[in-house]
Design a protein around this ligand. Structure first.
Ligand code: DGL
Length: 270
């Protein structure tokens, strides 16, 4: 099975796109909704939480895991790959979503100025500026933390006026830094869930990049290049959902963002 891990609901926006393009594979999803948002924690805490999530998914049968979370990808992926997997799961793979997104940014920007809207931890890791400028040093990267967005999304408060005001503030702060920004990355998978609201607040010259389709496209390519992994994947179309929180609210939001009713099983991560 292909495992997807996120701090909560955001990874569903990625899973939805991936399974649209690759429906026959089996997918297992884990959202750590009880401990979200990850973005306001330290890198060390995010690493510890991510390790627990990854172990859980492997123990439940994932052959490979996508960290469908920028915060976990920027704060924990490297250590998971370098320290954790070799010791505990030497035959398994964990992939992140920052490099595929950075590659897309480089293809899209014409003005060579891009905006990154992400969690505090992702911004502080400088993962995006580092990866983007490694590929093209002429690109200017402007970052903005959207600190309050994930808690609002996880609370399901989409119609609250405060969401609009806070979005207005973050986007204004970001876009005022340069009028040459032509590409805006929703560099937190939760933000894809409010993409429509973000679109309304961004001038039409700015192209919005949301990660679901990019990850789907790159994952497909990755599997084509790694037949040894591809052939080990279950293709019986299973869909399994876990969350560390089983409140009515979380179950409801899973249904809403997955797009159909799902059974969410409660897990205790340790
Ligand atoms: N969805 C996650 C991301 O892509 C982060 C959410 C959080 O702060 O927990 O960064």
């Amino acid at each position: 099975m292909l495992g997807f891990f996120d701090s909560g609901l955001g990874g569903l926006s990625v899973l939805r796109e991936v399974q649209k393009q690759m429906p026959s594979y089996s997918y297992i999803y884990l959202g750590d909704n009880a401990r979200t948002p990850y973005g306001s924690h330290s890198h060390e805490t995010i690493y510890r939480f991510t390790k627990q999530g990854v172990s859980y998914l492997f123990d439940k049968g994932a052959e490979m895991i996508i960290l469908a979370c920028n915060t976990a990808s920027s704060s924990a992926l490297r250590r998971i790959q370098m320290e954790f997997l070799p010791k505990y799961y030497p035959k398994k793979k964990v992939l992140g979503i920052i490099i595929p997104t950075a590659e897309e940014v480089i293809e899209q920007t014409k003005t060579k100025e891009v905006g990154i809207l992400a969690t505090e931890a992702t911004v502080q890791s400088f993962a995006y500026p580092k990866e983007i400028t490694k590929m093209d040093s002429s690109i200017k990267v402007h970052q903005q933390a959207g600190t309050l967005l994930v808690p609002i999304i996880e609370a399901g408060e989409f119609e609250w006026d405060g969401l609009d005001s806070i979005l207005k503030k973050y986007l204004k702060e970001l876009l005022e830094r340069s009028n040459k920004i032509d590409t805006l990355v929703l560099a937190c998978t939760h933000y894809a869930l409010i993409e429509d609201k973000i679109k309304k607040r961004v001038p039409s010259r700015v192209k919005i990049i949301s990660q679901g389709e990019i990850v789907a496209k790159k994952l497909k390519k990755y599997l084509e290049h790694h037949p040894e992994i591809e052939s080990s994947l279950d293709k019986t179309g299973k869909r399994i959902f876990y969350s560390s929180e089983d409140s009515w609210r979380v179950k409801n939001l899973f249904n809403q963002f997955y797009g159909e009713p799902v059974e969410v099983k409660k897990v205790f991560l340790k």
